[in-house]
Design a protein around this ligand. Sequence first.
Ligand SMILES: Cc1ncc(COP(=O)(O)O)c(C=O)c1O
Length: 402
Amino acid sequence: MTENFLLADEPRLFDRLEAQASDSLLALIGLAKADTRPEKIDVGVGVYRDAAGATPILRAVKAAEKVLIETQETKSYLGSEGDARFVELIKPIVFGGLGARSDRIVGVQTPGGCGALRLGAELIKAAGGNSRIFVGQPTWPNHVPLIGAAGVEFVAHPYYDKETRTVLFDEMIEALKGARAGDLVLVHGCCHNPTGADLSLNQWRELADLIAERGLLPYVDLAYQGLGNGLEDDAAGTRLVVEAAEQALVAQSCDKNFGLYRERTGALFIKASSAEQAQVAFGNLLGLARTMWSMPPDHGAAIVRTILETEELEADWRAELKEMLTRIRSLRARLAAYDERLAFIDEQNGMFSMLPLTPEAVVELRASHGIYMANSGRFNVAGLSDDNVDYFAAAVVAKLDG
Ligand SMILES: Cc1ncc(COP(=O)(O)O)c(C=O)c1O
């Protein structure tokens, strides 16, 4: 009988598991929700919020969903590449003319930007070799577990100094000079998370030159295109490094710029050395996707495809994305105008900036003002409203004084 095989003092399988620390941002959302003060502000959570504090479903998304309900005739399986037409339509938005021209760039649909980042890491691993990935500090905390889980080795380098509020570009370039041909450079295409501090176009050019000269591969994480300075400007750096590099990866997400978050909508693009090699890479991506999610969820990509295939819906999506961007930019400008020590916020992009606050000051702001932000000082600009931006700025400035 089975029991006979169990040794009395041997722990059962799941009893061996160790407790994991809970996600601190999720815990923060819980704390903010439980706070009953009417003036409380949740700038911890990483989703766009409108002036009323809601994370809306975009008009074009609602309309596309109606079209899908009316016209979709099957829920039968798609292949591991997901919705190929979605990928084809997203490609020129990311790469511009280069994307339309190049048969060296191939892509597959993925479950969000996270899926794309992980699939890319699996491809790097599958290619063998001993490529390492250079990652600026700080970065989005999920980069390390997502990419590291595939077993790719990380090399950390400086990126941003929270105290002086500057990109440490020279230090970054110096560190990248230590990279070997075939090493990867993880870059945020725009709207750097958590700092909001992006490279200038000249810095992107310098980086592109170094990448070309040293045979490095850019691994671009493009999760916020359109929320920094517009769809074209936000892709400019990505296009420069991809064009300069012999080979590249771009992990793209539609979860923020189409407001699709839970629909898990994104794509991974690979630039290979030739059209033939690109097809080989594509075949590998399909094989790797099969081992993880087999095929990506359809609904979000079908929505994006429907929007981009329908002139009026695409125009409305672009208009609403611009409304979101305008709101973020105007809040940034308000914060910057409040006090010169907040002026840096208007030079940064996207939903996040990082305040030069100690974790203790962050906790004190929670207690004294009901302001909820990550311990690092990262806050979501879009979590503010015209009514509370001055209250927020005053509380933060008082802490900078203290
Ligand atoms: C920098 C960055 N990259 C990638 C992602 C992944 O986005 P998703 O998987 O929700 O599409 C996020 C999401 O917060 C992010 O902030």
